[in-house]
Design a protein around this ligand. Sequence first.
Ligand code: NAP
Ligand code: MG
Length: 492
Amino acid sequence: MDTYRNFIKGEWVESSSQKTTQNINPANTEDILGVVRLSTREEARRAVEAAAEAFRGWRSTPAPARGRVMARFARLLEEHKESVAALLTREEGKTLSEARGELQRAINVADFCAGESRRMNGETIPSELPSNFAYTVKQPHGVVAVVTPWNFPVAIPVWKLAPALVAGNTVVFKPATNTPATAVRIVELLAEAGVPAGVVNLILGSGSEAGDEIVSHPAVRAISFTGSNGVGVKLYEQAARRGVRVQCEMGGKNPVVVLEDADMALAVESTAQGAFGSTGQRCTATSRAVVVETVADEFVRRISERAKAYRLGDGSDPETEVGPIVDASQFKSVLSYMDVAREDGAELVCGGGPADGAGLRKGYFIQPTVFDRVTHDMRIAREEIFGPVLSVLRVKDFEEALQVANDSEYGLSSSIFTQDAASVFRFVDEIETGMTHINSPTTGGEAHVPFGGIKATGVGAFEQGSTALDFYTELKVVYVDYTGRKREGNLY
Ligand code: NAP
Ligand code: MG
């Protein structure tokens, strides 16, 4: 069995901590992948110091040379795609085909960021004065803390590490405690790609100790976080006091709107894909279906048939369509919402509890679940469940659908199913989410397209695409006066 190690200043070192947790396969809890030592604050500090020391050398490495390292990393990820995908499935539970998709996203992001290294352009700005101009340059911050969740333990770290590194920052990476193996693999491949010692450091440990030590260290100048709202808001508050840059991508409560003229087969299949794919453990998962009353009976009937048809199982079995919940505590938390829903008066249509068929008893499996006649005040309509649970909210028309869809503190993703162009464009204008999909699921994105949320979901610049490097660079504005004379008057 593996004991996962930290990576500090180019060396793999075992933590001295006596506190440990096990890395468990959620599809079969008898399969233990390894042991995580929960690093001490002292070890976390050492990692930040290593990153701080490495900064001068890395920032003065030309950006295209940093990009070449990223391109090599992309090729290594591609070469090891199958083995890393298998590890991801065993560690986190998603199906092999979902894991391969996640790997491909990471490869695409690394390729994209390698290219961005040749486009770190600023602006040149003509002046009000003769023989003067101004220009901007993009510069790295210094040490960046990258703190990530378990649900996309390959793609999310890569979409933060790649732009951070290409921009010339050094990094301390603190992955989720329950997905250490994939984190170690990513860092091994970065090192193999030629990232110099100290430029990327990995600390495995609990958020509240090792994580807290990293994000509050004075040498850390920027924090990129993806995870829950509770933790993200706390980091944002702490960092604000130090004037440190923060980017937080947090929870979602993503709605699909289904109008009367929707292609019903498409709406049902896409909603199911968004709600039950990745076992509902995606920040962009569909958790609310806002359906116009005239088609609601048909929608509920068809989506519950679809939900019941999914093949649950170990993600490494190619027949499996829906894998397990990631761990015991998430399993408990998702199940507790079933009780909450019943108490609040929602109507259970299908699922509603653990799945315990043959081959499922050793894992954290939950039946794809649909609740009907959910109202906006119920907790299952408001809180992120992060499991395969869909709430159907019935509305009378488009206006009410829009209002219900927007009645959430979150604003990550959304979608609408209709054939009517005017409804589509009004929805695009008025829906309060950072991303929206037309006649397709709320999930999914592309490496060269910005990704992010508004309202309580997102703080700071969007990630990926044209915005990928925005968070990881600071602008410097330069005024150039080549008159050789004292300035006449003032600039306003
Ligand atoms: P989480 O509990 O907030 O943890 C995220 C990360 O923060 C983990 O590495 C965690 O470490 C660490 N952490 C916890 N407390 C900390 C502290 N005080 N200081 C520093 N670090 C700390 O989230 P999760 O349960 O892993 O992930 C699920 C959440 O992520 C969901 O809410 C989901 O919506 C969100 N998510 C959002 C997006 C998006 O782009 N909007 C994408 C994916 C996921 P430990 O593992 O040791 O607790
Ligand atoms: Mg695990």
